[in-house]
Ligand binder design. Structure first.
Ligand code: MSP
Length: 550
């Protein structure tokens, strides 16, 4: 396949404050589906993800957890994040940790470079700070006196600090956003950023802290640690061998600027305002696109441990399997609005889309091929008008999926793929192979019908691979072929004539009983609540031991 060029994509790096939930995991699965899709489509992909490990919040959680040091705590939580990313089959090229030595060294150099340039200066800060989000707010930005993002308490804080001159670059950024409509997507997010932050005018940003220790020290003023967002955002360049002294590695030369930063809607401000401005200060080209995806909510509510409504990827995967979880989160997330997950919805989708539509189609097709022709798939050339719609749909699917993926409408891309499977099931109803089988004179037609079904499945599996890699491979195995490559998807009729499908029955997705699933979910929730109470008690004891709680 001819290379279509490079494609560098990143996800947000997750906080190492605890175990990430299915909402966090959604972003990684989304990133992985895009990375796999682009690779299959002929791009030279570099995919970066990782963990965000510094800051006051994490320092505090380490104490609450009873760890001897923040480092011990982040080693533990980062490993847990990586375990979940790996469990979901994430094909990243690097899992960066902001405590990695190469990253830390570069952050110090980046800070110094901005300081030497005059973009960072020393002053003192007084403002309202949300520890949960590690962000300062002005009075007018608060929502009912609380943090506008997480709804938590803010407290006033004064300290000597370094500041970044944001306003210096504001006009350039506004100009860039206006002349690059693809830069912030979806477009609603762009309007939000412009109207709420850029147009009212940017204040200088506090980029160092002295009130806690767990961060990367400013090397020329070690009482200060670098603001966690300057540290974290820079992972996108340090992760590909950027060097502030100009000795950048091959990865940077090849892959920067990033083609896509994939992040949640809540952190768009950091990615579309701070980050491009930091890059301008460093004289580095800006990323091509920042995409702010919506949130996945548990039954319409934010997930929170205290509410006991958190759903984790590993619990879901235990019950439904990894690919079913991937399917659910990718398919259920609308492009713009928040999506909803519950155990009920997951079961429903699993049974209708995976067990019925896809699973049944493959098992019926393979079973009939085995029963009527000893497993041999052969086009006898006996076509009928009814074939055309199926053939056109299957051969045209790639083009539809490609359009959707170009706009990152991933849920809709999956829907397009499932159209092939749905249309194939309808084709079975229309052609009634079991009736054809009764009449020797219809054997030729029956062969063609089964060939068409197998070929449609083969195209569907090829397209499905980036989204559900293991299942796509299982489908290809069931019909006895290697997975189709993307450059073969638009021609109907490439399934090798005379090839054999898998012997015996195929069961890709066994149906789930809703009652059993809900019983299991209740057990998981019960344990989660008990664990939360225990951790809360332990946290209070540990904080008290450190004199941080009376
Ligand atoms: N550490 C920062 C990101 C720094 S990137 C330079 C952070 N971490 S996070 O762990 O809180 O969130 C990681 C990602 O998960 C973010 O993109 C965030 O928007 C996303 N999500 C958090 N909750 C989510 C849902 N409920 N649903 C979907 N995505 C969610 O922010």
């Amino acid at each position: 396949m001819v290379s279509k060029g490079k494609f560098y994509l990143t996800t947000a790096i997750a906080y190492t404050s605890g175990k990430p939930h299915i909402g966090n995991n959604y972003e990684i699965v989304l990133g992985d589906a895009i990375a796999r899709y682009k690779r299959a489509d002929g791009y030279d992909v570099h995919f970066l993800t990782g963990s965000d490990e510094h800051g006051q919040k994490i320092e505090q959680r380490a104490i609450e957890d009873g760890c001897a040091s923040p480092r011990e705590f982040v080693d533990k939580t980062s490993a847990e994040i990586k375990r979940l990313w790996d469990l979901m089959g994430t094909s990243y090229d690097r899992f960066i940790r902001t405590t990695d030595a190469d990253h830390e060294r570069q952050i110090q150099k980046i800070f110094k470079k901005m300081y030497d340039k005059g973009d960072i200066y020393k002053g003192s800060y007084e403002g309202l700070y949300c520890t949960e989000c590690e962000a300062f707010y002005t009075e007018s930005q608060l929502a009912d006196g609380k943090c506008p993002v997480c709804g938590g308490e803010v407290h006033s804080m004064k300290e000597e600090a370094y500041f970044f001159k944001m306003s210096k670059y504001a006009d350039r950024l506004i100009e860039h956003i206006n002349t690059h409509p693809e830069f912030i997507q979806p477009v609603a997010r762009k309007n939000e950023m412009m109207n709420n932050f850029l147009l009212p005018g940017l204040q200088d940003l506090c980029v160092s802290r002295t009130s806690f220790k767990w961060g990367i020290p400013v090397d020329f003023d070690p009482d200060h640690v670098v603001y966690v967002w300057l540290d974290a955002l820079s992972n996108y360049i340090t992760g590909v061998e950027y060097d502030a002294d100009g000795n950048c590695g091959e990865l940077y030369k090849k892959y920067w600027p990033a083609d896509l930063h994939l992040v949640g809607k809540d952190i768009m401000r950091f990615h579309t305002i701070y980050w491009p401005i930091f890059l301008m200060s460093l004289d580095i080209p800006l990323p091509r696109q920042i995409f702010g995806h919506p949130w996945l909510l548990q039954g319409g509510e934010k997930m929170s441990k205290s509410k006991g409504n958190v759903i984790y990827a590993d619990d879901l995967a235990d019950v439904f399997g990894v690919d079913a979880v991937r399917y659910f989160v990718l398919h259920e997330m609308p492009y713009d609005n928040d999506g909803v997950i519950t155990w009920e919805l997951m079961s429903e989708r699993y049974n209708t889309d995976l067990a019925n539509t896809l699973g049944n189609l493959v098992s019926r097709t393979v079973a009939m091929t085995n029963k009527y022709f000893g497993g041999i798939v052969e086009d006898a050339g006996e076509s009928a008008p009814v074939d055309k719609e199926l053939k056109d749909l299957a051969a045209g699917a790639y083009e539809q999926v490609e359009k959707k993926m170009d706009e990152l409408r991933v849920a809709e891309a999956l829907t397009e793929i499932f159209q092939i499977f749905k249309r194939s099931n309808k084709y079975i109803d229309e052609t009634e192979p079991w009736i054809l089988a009764k009449d020797e004179a219809s054997k030729g037609r029956l062969k063609t019908v089964l060939y068409n079904l197998t070929e449609a499945i083969s195209i569907g599996a090829g397209l499905l691979y980036p989204f559900m890699p293991e299942s796509a491979e299982a489908v290809a195995r069931a019909i006895g072929t290697p997975l189709r490559t993307f450059d073969t998807l638009t021609t109907f009729g490439l399934y090798p004539n005379g090839n054999k499908v898998q012997e015996g029955s195929v069961m890709l997705f066994a149906r789930k009983d809703l009652k059993e699933v809900l019983e299991r979910a209740a057990e998981i929730t019960k344990k989660q609540k008990a664990d939360y109470e225990e951790a809360k008690k332990k946290a209070e004891e540990n904080l008290r031991a450190h004199g941080m709680l009376k």
